[in-house]
Write a new protein. Structure first.
Length: 239
């Protein structure tokens, strides 16, 4: 392929194939989306003006979901959203318990509210998703990004936020099955039962309204109702 200098001297050149051009365009477009999404959520989710808030986002192309965004303020009020990278955000409100909220902000404090900190591990690991933690007040906005960290406080904070996300994803799956696929409810509930055994969830009380709908609705299979009742009982026992 000729250079622009060749052309100036009367030479010729071959235009890059449209396939390569489209591939480069897609690559840079995705990089731009990943860079802008955390900032967009900070602008959109003014959960409570004047109250410190923490934002956790995670982006991983090809995963399910590809993008999650969890925002919690110091009062436990927040929003959650998950979607494919190319889809627009659609956050919905959530309320986190006082104990979990206090732990989240205590961990953020132990990390100096993400001021001038590097959390990425020096070891080479697989792509586990670009994670972004942001702490925002009226006076400052601090942000740190990482793929995997060995910092104990950051690990606990990430695990806590991801376990809240796990709860929200299970709720979404149940709500979808209730509307469109009743037969899949027993399996979805079985997965929740296994997740409880494996300690994959935090803030399981967020599931209660959806589980109560399943357990009391005769339109759903008896197996689904009984599993929903069993999960409700376990959640109540662990409060």
């Amino acid at each position: 392929m000729g250079t622009f200098a060749d052309i100036a001297l009367g030479g010729s050149f071959t235009i890059e194939s449209s396939f390569k051009i489209r591939r480069l365009y897609t690559h840079f477009l995705m990089m731009g989306i990943l860079a802008l999404l955390p900032g967009l959520y900070i602008l959109q989710a003014q959960v409570a003006p004047g109250v410190p808030q923490l934002t956790f986002t995670k982006a991983l192309k090809g995963s399910s979901p590809e993008y999650i965004a969890l925002i919690i303020d110091a009062n436990g009020k927040g929003t959650y959203d998950s979607h494919k990278l190319e889809d627009p955000p659609a956050p919905h409100p959530i309320q986190i318990s006082a104990d979990t909220t206090a732990r989240i902000f205590s961990l953020a404090q132990s990390l100096n509210y993400f001021r001038s900190i590097n959390l990425d591990s020096r070891h080479k690991v697989a792509n586990l998703g670009q994670k972004t933690l942001t702490y925002q007040t009226d006076k400052e906005v601090n942000k740190v990004q990482y793929n995997y960290t060995e910092n104990h406080s950051a690990l606990e904070l990430t695990e806590t936020l991801e376990k809240i996300s796990n709860v929200e994803e299970q709720i979404a799956q149940l709500e979808y099955a209730m509307k469109y696929d009743h037969l899949s409810l027993p399996e979805a509930l079985r997965q929740i039962q296994e997740g409880l055994v494996d300690h994959l969830y935090i803030e399981t009380t967020l599931m209660i309204p959806t589980l109560e709908k399943i357990s009391t609705n005769p339109r759903f299979m008896h197996l689904a109702q009984s599993r929903a009742q069993e999960i409700l009982q376990r959640i109540e026992e662990n409060k």
